[in-house]
Design a protein around this ligand. Structure first.
Ligand SMILES: C[S@@+](CC[C@H](N)C(=O)[O-])C[C@H]1O[C@@H](n2cnc3c(N)ncnc32)[C@H](O)[C@@H]1O
Length: 420
């Protein structure tokens, strides 16, 4: 057996990690670091320590995890969640039960809480359990003070509403913090959530990509056992294609990557609009909106599309930034063909752009056009070789298409690019 192989097997057995997904160099560095901290020179001696110390096993796990996360990551999932909520708590039933696993440093469960509060739920209407294997990440989550890296993209209105800037960073308000209950656990722990009532909503995003096919299957089975029969499972964009191998139906809400149990024929209709007295709103929560209202945004899209048509020969080119946002908005609204068409028009007009090809790739992915999505992601990487999101999405597509070696190479590139 190669010297590192037994460590790889141990990590797969304990946390499900497929070392190919993060690359061997990462494991080598982690082992070096841990040997250094324990004052051990020999790998064999460190191996013996791991056999007797559960604490050291957890330390090794801390050194190989990828805690990357940010607020409202893939924000369409949060919008769609507020659209699909059951009405039960409003009619005096039990509060909604939501699970965020893995929650990493807390940005995901706190985003869920902000979205639900903005959608009009009162704090007593829902509870969020948040689980991660990493104690270090959970300590940060409980502290709830965040740096700039946790806030990405253009949709940051929620920061003004729910955070106060202090010397340490952006401190989250108590109203949001008290909705989330953190707990350290391993997805594969035999006693995970033992005796708990099933969840209405489970977020398990950006974890399955670190597992091989067999472990992914095991993980999804565990999650489905903890999901209520009518519940919703949200996964990451790069994991969506993998879900089609399970008896799950993708909710017809593009870009949210939400699934229900059951074959497609049994898909449930979206719940009807809530009665006038209900506190849920069908509008996207405030924290997710751009500063302008949707109708205004739609008008602007129409004007821009007309402008693009009319200006083909005469007017100067539109600014790519504005038009990219327009295409993104169309995609967010589920107008996938329009979004893809606009991207193509813009590429013809402004030339190839990684951002446009990436958006077009995500749109094709959401519409299950695998080959078109693959082509777009490849173009992104030709234009911008370090585009981590395109690599991650392409890796997931290659895996589904059976190109495991190609998928692995890309996952390793992602790993290297996020480390540098
Ligand atoms: C990339 S983060 C994803 C966080 C968040 N869900 C998101 O999408 O932004 C992956 C997290 O998975 C956690 N993790 C890895 N293996 C795990 C396991 N077997 N059980 C629970 N958490 C695990 C890591 O500690 C890390 O915080």
């Amino acid at each position: 057996m190669m010297p590192l192989e037994k460590f790889e097997i141990l990590l797969k057995r304990t946390m499900g990690l497929d070392i190919q997904s993060i690359g061997r160099p990462m494991l080598e560095r982690a082992l070096q670091e841990r040997c250094g901290s324990c004052g051990i020179d020999e790998l064999d001696a460190y191996w013996l320590l791991l056999q007797v110390s559960e604490r050291e096993q957890l330390q090794l796990i801390e050194s190989v995890i990828v805690p990357e996360t940010w607020f409202f990551r893939n924000r369409e999932a949060f919008i769609e969640m507020t659209h699909l909520l059951p009405q039960r708590p409003l009619s005096g039933g039990q509060p909604l039960r939501i699970l965020s696993l893995p929650c990493s440093t807390g940005e995901e469960p706190y985003s869920i809480a902000m979205a639900l509060l903005d959608a009009g739920l009162s704090p007593r209407h829902f509870r969020i359990d948040a689980i991660d294997i990493s104690q270090r990440s959970l300590d940060i989550a409980r502290q709830a003070v965040y740096g700039k890296n946790s806030f990405r993209g253009d949709f940051l209105t929620f920061r003004y509403k729910y955070f106060a800037l202090n010397e340490q960073g952006y401190a989250l308000s108590e109203t949001v913090r008290q909705q989330v209950y953190f707990m350290q656990s391993n997805l594969f722990a035999a006693d995970l959530l033992a005796g708990q009532v099933p969840y209405d909503i489970i977020f398990c995003r950006n974890l399955l990509i670190y597992f091989d096919r067999a472990i992914q299957h095991q993980a999804v089975t565990i999650l489905l056992q903890r999901l209520a029969p009518e519940g919703l499972l949200f996964v990451g964009p790069a994991e969506s294609a993998l879900m089609t191998q399970h008896a799950l139906t993708q909710v017809k809400a593009p870009m949210s990557f939400a699934f229900r149990q059951g074959a497609p024929a049994q898909e449930l209709a979206k719940p009807a609009a809530p009665p006038a007295t209900a506190v849920f709103t069908r509008q996207p929560p405030m924290s997710l909106l751009r500063p302008r209202s949707r109708p205004a945004a739609e008008r602007i899209i129409q004007e821009k599309q007309e402008k693009i048509k009319a200006s083909a020969d005469t007017a100067p080119a539109l600014l790519p930034q504005t038009t990219l946002a327009t295409a993104q908005l169309l995609a967010d609204q589920g107008k996938l063909s329009e979004a893809a068409n606009l991207c193509e028009q813009l590429i013809q007009r402004h030339g190839a752009s990684a951002a446009l090809y990436y958006l077009m790739g995500v749109v094709h992915d959401a519409a299950d056009r695998k080959q078109a999505a693959t082509d777009c992601y490849r173009k992104v990487l030709y234009l911008e070789p370090a585009h981590a999101e395109a690599m991650t999405h392409l890796a997931a597509l290659l895996q589904v298409q059976g190109d495991f070696a190609g998928a692995r190479l890309l996952q390793q590139r992602v790993r290297r690019s996020t480390e540098s």
